[in-house]
Write a protein that binds this ligand. Sequence first.
Ligand SMILES: Cc1ncc(COP(=O)(O)O)c(C=O)c1O
Length: 387
Amino acid sequence: MPSISNPGTFAERTQKSPREVGGGFVGGLRARDPFNGGGLMGVIARYREHLPIGPNTPEVDLHEGSTPLVESRNIARALGLKQLFFKYEGVNPTGSFKDRGMVVAVAKALEAGHRVLMCASTGNTSASMAAYAARTGVRAIVVVPSGEIALNKLSQALMYGAKVVAIKGGFDKALETVRELCHRYPVALMNSINPHRIEGQKTAAYEVIDTLGEAPDYLLLPVGNAGNITAYWKGFREYHAAGRSTRLPRMVGAQADGAAPIVTGQPVANPRTVASAIRIGNPASWEGATSARDESGGAIEAVTDTEIISAQIRLAGSEGLFCEPASAAPLALLFRLVQSGRIEKEATAVVVLTGSGLKDPDAALKNVEPPIELEGDARTLAKVLKL
Ligand SMILES: Cc1ncc(COP(=O)(O)O)c(C=O)c1O
């Protein structure tokens, strides 16, 4: 069987041309709710029959999911890659993919009678949990690594009314503390070790297939605590088993060089990377990630911070898609894998852009031209701009 280190060609593996697989469907299927002025359906309404939702599960919805699968115009051409898509999760209600799993986890926590929700977070989980807690009128407590989360994410949690506690010791310590508290007190644990989070997040894989009409050859995404790669792989396998796709994609995970426990096979005591969302040294869903990698014939590899920031800037500047640093890691890895011939040019690849660039613009801004400060009139400006 071909693997990512020895890939067969697209045609060898699928017996179909990329156009047969992907053509015609792209961008066509956004789930709209006829009872809500044609607005987007939330994850639970759209995929209810695939989720652990029963008659007693309360309705929770911020119109999350149904995010666009944007076809690359410029990067694919520059790489010579036939089909490249970006699953733009930054347009979810709180700006990241976390809303998909959180809506299901909150609904299930309410169903179980919980009134207090808690999570450890590198930022996005806390923003998402706090939003759904605000919406449903329950208490939200978030524990974040002190001084390590992007200000915009912190401001979201605070604005949604969560109690935010910053503790020293990084994300892994925060999660350990939260696990202990949730074990001792009647508090619902909302991290992705909560299986309902994985259930909701797997719907992104369904959407990729619903839009393309088939699974892609490669699905690339960042790996931090490893819940999302676990969820995507579950979603792809379920849709495949249900006959909604004829094949499974290779799962390709990207970690950052200074926070690459799965790549090296060792927990990292002091993870370091500019991509704070994946600054995690001991992923809770480690096994889920390695299963996804091994069962799919994929790979999990590390990229440098320089590669991450340069991919982030290139994506924004050549596709008009602004993602946060963690989300640019798989794109940086794609560059490497295509350039080294490990991903074949006839392949269909989907890169998951997990969070909006507005979440954490600081690192990238240090690497782009600052605004021009000018005193003067239109003539002076025209001169400076060489119009
Ligand atoms: C933007 C973003 N990308 C990627 C990840 C990593 O996802 P996971 O922890 O499920 O591997 C996170 C997690 O916080 C995130 O916020």
